[in-house]
Write a protein that binds this ligand. Structure first.
Ligand code: ADP
Ligand code: MG
Length: 679
């Protein structure tokens, strides 16, 4: 990128005809640079092979080629609707072709000429409902279908990608060394990009995909391997001689007794802290199993040994809540706790930066704000990352590098098998909290179709009458989906109308951080009776008096996400209720409702989730506690992941800083990805 001509890592606006508006639409898909565009792969292809008429099934999507035998005719109907029709002769058959609402195609169809139309064929009527008119050259074979949003249409994205292919593809180098490409029969980066977008047939698509998966895993594993090798080399780790007498005071200060599992995990962590080796530990424990208090013990121990600690969490709300809890427990013991998030006021931020650097602050709790450049520690000895799968390798690494070989504790509520944890997170030790604290009453879960809404409302009423609070959750899958937000607003209005005497408040992800915190605070203080919310409350929120949750359109959430949501209740001594309202249309949808209502064991659910994922649990995937890959799937492509790991480690061993000329492009890509993560 020192190279002036190079456009690859430049913003998409460097492409001809791409303006600010298109750039914004692309950004909505996570595409910022030309590199992103080139590596934004189709999620499926439409088969544009022509099939003989008598082999087409009713309703099948096919490409048909034939001769136009009537003049194309446009008719208008309804409110501004059009139909373009003509007859097409295929061998000895004549079929009808209709295009709806694409009147401009009329000029492209001429009687007597050959055309190719991709569309849906109806056997009985011998008619083809056309989706697109296929230009012979480029579109034959397999047509790529990209995931798009409503700000960017399929065709437009395809054009942009083709433009990028044409202009910038030659700049793509090799991320995978030649020996490995040969050994595993992988395509070069350029070829794989080209074939991913424009395979000639299913087989080419498959081959390209195989290479793309390897490449994706390889990049990830090289990052991991670098991280591990750096740590192994210059970082023996620092022994922490914590003050056991002080820790005992903390035990006294906590209003409950640690469960056996918690005690075991605290001991494992303490042994790591005490050892001169750097701790790398993953703590897996179901929602509500009490990971936070374990973290507090680790933090306090590190502080009594004379070190600072940092706790990083993925959301503002969670940061705020952890801060309140930790501050409440540790301040009486003389610990200075600070909260640092994107919402922290500038002046306060400066103050915190200063006090972190001079060691006045003992522990800081925050969001991504913790990994900003200006954050320096005097002696950061312990890094804790909550809901760690929400952070990328580089983000975790950036925080870790702010200390000198700090001990690292990563926590997650979505358990994954131990072997997989080792492969995706490097050589981490794994601790588990398998049982919930004693005295918890299991949440009573039920599935209600929307025809049973009345009964749900009655149950809500009776809980409210007893003085309990309720979460009502409605999906907001993408922050940019206005219609989802509108649903949430409508729901709030309807509930406020129905429960006239109750305080019904809406909380959603697009609100400002301090507004969110205010709402959460008043909910925690019991001033709000019904909190209508999108999935922002999914992680970590802890309000024991809220013992009922109603989840609308529950089938739009993944199993593990539903489980996370449900984990918000069942935290006090009273009986809790969770109602999943949904009308699933598919068998899998129904199965999922039955699974979520029949077990509250997160380990078991995670297993079931993995089993169902292959069957279309798209939303579950994003929540499954595993790092996200674009093409690869850590479960289905596990073997490739392991191979990529082995080769990545060998590569880093041979060339730790990737200085060999063969690895030049690999280095550039990694640097690019890193800059991206650290924003
Ligand atoms: P998570 O593992 O989901 O982060 P939390 O740490 O938020 O769970 O704990 C959930 C709730 O359980 C909190 O209200 C916490 O105070 C409480 N808790 C944690 N450990 C115990 C225990 N040993 N006995 C009773 N309650 C506990
Ligand atoms: Mg938690």
């Amino acid at each position: 990128m020192n190279n002036k001509q190079s456009k690859l890592f430049e913003p998409v606006t460097e492409l001809k005809g791409v303006g600010a508006k298109t750039a914004t639409a692309l950004a909505g898909l996570g595409i910022n640079t030309i590199y992103d565009l080139l590596f934004y792969f189709p999620f499926r292809y439409d088969d544009l092979e022509t099939i003989p008429l008598d082999q087409i099934e009713d309703g099948q999507k096919v490409l048909l080629k034939g001769i136009v035998v009537t003049d194309p005719f446009v008719s208008r109907f309804g409110y501004r609707k059009t139909r373009l029709s003509f007859k097409m002769k295929i061998d000895h058959d004549i079929i009808m072709v209709n295009f709806f609402n694409q009147p401009w195609l009329k000029d492209k169809v001429e009687s007597g000429k050959e055309v190719a139309v991709y569309g849906k064929y109806q056997v009985a009527r011998q008619s083809l409902s056309g989706f697109k008119l296929v230009a012979e050259k480029k579109d034959s074979g397999f047509a790529p279908i990209y995931s798009v949003n409503r700000h960017l249409k399929q065709n437009k994205l395809q054009k942009l990608i083709d433009l990028a292919l044409e202009e910038v593809l030659p700049e793509v180098g090799e991320t995978i060394p030649a020996v490995l490409r040969e050994k595993y029969r992988l395509l070069s980066d350029q070829t794989l990009v080209e074939k991913m977008h424009h395979p000639k047939n299913g087989n080419e698509a498959k081959i390209a995909r195989r290479s793309a998966i390897f490449r994706e895993f390889f990049l990830f594993q090289v990052q991991l391997a670098q991280l591990l090798s750096q740590r192994d080399e210059d970082v023996p780790g620092v022994e922490k001689r914590y003050d056991l007498a002080a820790v005992k005071e903390l035990i006294q200060a906590i209003p409950f007794e640690l469960s056996d599992d918690q005690k075991k995990v605290v001991n494992e962590i303490f042994a790591d802290l005490h050892s001169p080796r750097q701790m790398r530990r993953l703590l897996q424990g179901d929602v509500g199993s009490g990971k936070t208090v374990v973290a507090v013990f680790a933090i306090y121990a590190a502080i009594t040994a004379g070190f600072q600690a940092a706790l990083m969490v993925p959301t503002e709300i969670l940061a705020q809540q952890h801060f309140t809890k930790v501050d409440e427990l540790l301040r009486p013991l003389g610990v200075r706790v600070a909260l640092l998030t994107g919402d922290t006021k500038e002046l306060e931020k400066r103050e915190i930066y200063r006090e972190l650097a001079d060691g006045t602050i003992n522990v800081v709790i925050g969001t991504h704000a913790l990994i900003q450049k200006d954050v320096h520690f005097k002696n950061l000895g312990l890094v804790i990352i909550d809901e760690q799968h929400r952070f990328g390798v580089n983000q975790r690494n950036t925080l870790i590098k702010k200390g000198v070989a700090p001990d690292v504790l990563a926590m997650t509520a979505t358990p994954i098998p131990r072997t997989l944890a080792l492969t995706v997170y490097g050589d981490m030790a794994v601790s588990e909290i398998r049982h919930l604290p004693k005295g918890r009453k299991p949440v009573v879960s039920s599935w209600a179709t929307s025809s049973k809404l009345k009964e749900v409302l009655e149950l809500m009423r009776s809980q409210l009458d007893k003085g309990f609070q309720i979460y009502v959750v409605t999906p907001l899958i993408s922050e940019s989906e206005k219609s989802d937000l509108k649903n949430a607003e409508d729901l709030q209005a309807r509930l406020a109308h129905y429960f006239k005497d109750e305080n019904v408040v809406l909380l959603h992800g697009q609100m400002k951080g301090n507004q969110k915190n205010e709402i959460m605070d008043s909910f925690a203080a019991g001033k709000i009776d019904i909190l209508v919310t999108t999935s922002v409350i999914e992680v970590g929120v802890d309000v024991p008096n809220a013992n009922m949750m109603v989840i609308f359109n529950a089938d739009r959430f993944g199993l593990s996400q539903l489980h996370q949501l449900r984990g918000r209740i069942g935290r006090g001594q009273t009986q809790s209720f969770c109602v999943f309202v949904s009308d699933p249309k598919t068998e899998i949808g129904k199965k999922r409702m039955n699974i979520i209502t029949s077990t509250s064991n997160g380990f078991k659910l995670a297993e079931e989730d993995l089993k169902l994922r292959g069957e279309g649990d798209v939303f579950g995937k994003a929540q499954s506690g595993l790092p996200q890959f674009q093409v690869g799937d850590v479960v289905n492509d596990y073997n490739t992941l392991v191979t990529a790991q082995k080769e990545a480690r060998a590569l880093i061993k041979a060339d730790p800083n990737l200085t060999s000329s063969e690895n030049k492009f690999l280095l550039e890509v990694l640097k690019y990805k890193k800059d991206l993560n650290n924003n």
